[in-house]
Design a protein around this ligand. Structure first.
Ligand SMILES: [Fe+2]
Length: 394
């Protein structure tokens, strides 16, 4: 991330900084002790100040252990709208590196939230709104990745009730891939995006209100509630390299080739033992002999999950918008019978999909069981003459 600043900060770190005569409280939010990226925030109140300590609620995961190991298709369309932007997240897949939830929130939540043990990414499939944070407001729109580093106190103001998000939590860090950056951290010319495509908070609203404000902090695999006597958005200014931001897939510049390019060209973020990739509308491979569809491949060391967002891939047998394919480790996968032949000569794809490849096996939840489409495992078994279509995602 690049250096950003919003509001008022003093010329030097760690010196007296006052507003209306009151000495402000300086807080460093930093990663890797004092060796990673950090931001410095200036508060009206001590960020340690709590009036009451509330309940601690452990996170319970209702795991489904399937009886068979097969390719899976999870249809999130039947998931009903409801809940708020925090409790409405419904877990589908998880391991020690990542949690993936679907969220279709309709309800406001007055309290504030902070993830104290992981970075979050909200991929906005549908809906607009604002993530109000201690660093300022981050507006979101469809096809935004909203990246929220741990330590960010926030709440969400939704503009409509048609929201649908794919939510990621990781105890690791969400970063741009190392290979996209030079030794100073600047994005390289061959990266599929530039610093200009990443949008930090734009407006900082400093609240000096007093009253009852509930804060929920995710820590130690649970949710700890606190009651504050001040509005937690009490920051008058901050600067640094840690802050929430958006990146929209419309700004992803696809890397295409004469013959098929591998999935890493679609990589958008790297995490702890996983990657997040964006398959965006693009020109297809342009050699007359090229096969635009991925070759069969065995994920010998990774799980490959894809959420289908938009476009014309729906002709992949039985796969439609809002569905997730999971091609687990240990099994080869590739286009279904006839798809390659049908794809030859195609010049362009309008598909949009989000992929997360994890290097450790994913566990599934009871919700994933309820949404499971078991016939997908047999979709490579095709009687002669059946109609098929194309998709070009992995
Ligand atoms: Fe694949």
């Amino acid at each position: 991330m690049r250096y950003a600043q919003l509001g008022d900060v003093p010329a030097k770190r760690h010196v007296q900084f006052r507003q209306n005569g009151t000495l402000l409280t300086e807080e460093v939010i930093g990663f890797e002790g004092f060796s990673g990226n950090e931001s410095i925030l200036y508060h009206l109140w001590s960020p340690c100040r709590v009036r009451e300590v509330g309940d601690f609620q452990p996170i319970l995961r209702d795991e489904w252990i399937p009886e068979t190991h097969v390719h899976r298709l999870t249809d999130t369309n039947p998931v009903e709208r409801g809940g708020d932007w925090l409790t409405g997240r419904r877990l589908l897949q998880f391991n020690n590196d990542i949690e993936v939830s679907i969220c279709k929130p309709t309800d406001d939540r007055e309290g504030f939230y902070r993830n104290g043990e992981g970075d979050e990414v909200l991929f906005i499939h549908h809906g607009t709104g604002t993530v109000e944070t201690i660093f300022g407001d981050v507006a979101y729109r469809p096809h935004d990745y909203v990246v929220i580093p741990r330590g960010t106190t926030y709440r969400v103001r939704m503009d409509d009730s048609e929201q649908a998000w794919l939510c990621f939590h990781t105890p690791g860090e969400i970063e741009t891939p190392n290979r996209y950056r030079n030794r100073y951290g600047q994005l390289l010319e061959h990266a599929p995006y530039s610093q200009r495509d990443f949008h930090p908070p734009t407006e900082l609203h400093t609240h000096s209100d007093r009253g009852d404000f509930e804060l929920t902090v995710r820590v130690r695999d649970g949710y700890q509630k606190y009651l504050l006597d001040y509005h937690p958005f009490d920051v008058v200014g901050w600067d640094g390299y840690v802050y929430p931001y958006t990146f929209n897939t419309d700004d992803f510049e696809p890397i295409t080739g004469r013959i098929h390019m591998p999935p890493p060209v679609h990589q958008t973020f790297q995490g702890q033992n996983f990657v997040i990739c964006s398959f965006c509308p693009r020109e297809l491979d342009y050699d007359p002999q090229a096969i635009a569809l991925p070759y069969h491949h065995s994920n010998v060391q990774s799980e490959e999950a894809i959420y289908y967002v938009d476009g014309q891939f729906g002709s992949r047998k039985g796969v439609d918008i809002g569905m997730i394919t999971l091609h687990p480790s240990g099994l080869p996968h590739g286009p279904q019978p006839g798809l390659v032949e049908a794809s030859l000569g195609a010049k362009r794809t309008e598909e949009l999909a989000v992929m997360w490849d994890t290097f450790k096996p994913l566990k599934l939840t009871a919700l994933a069981r309820d949404l499971d489409q078991p016939e997908y495992a047999l979709s490579w078994y095709e009687p002669e003459g059946a109609e098929v279509g194309t998709t070009t995602t992995g």
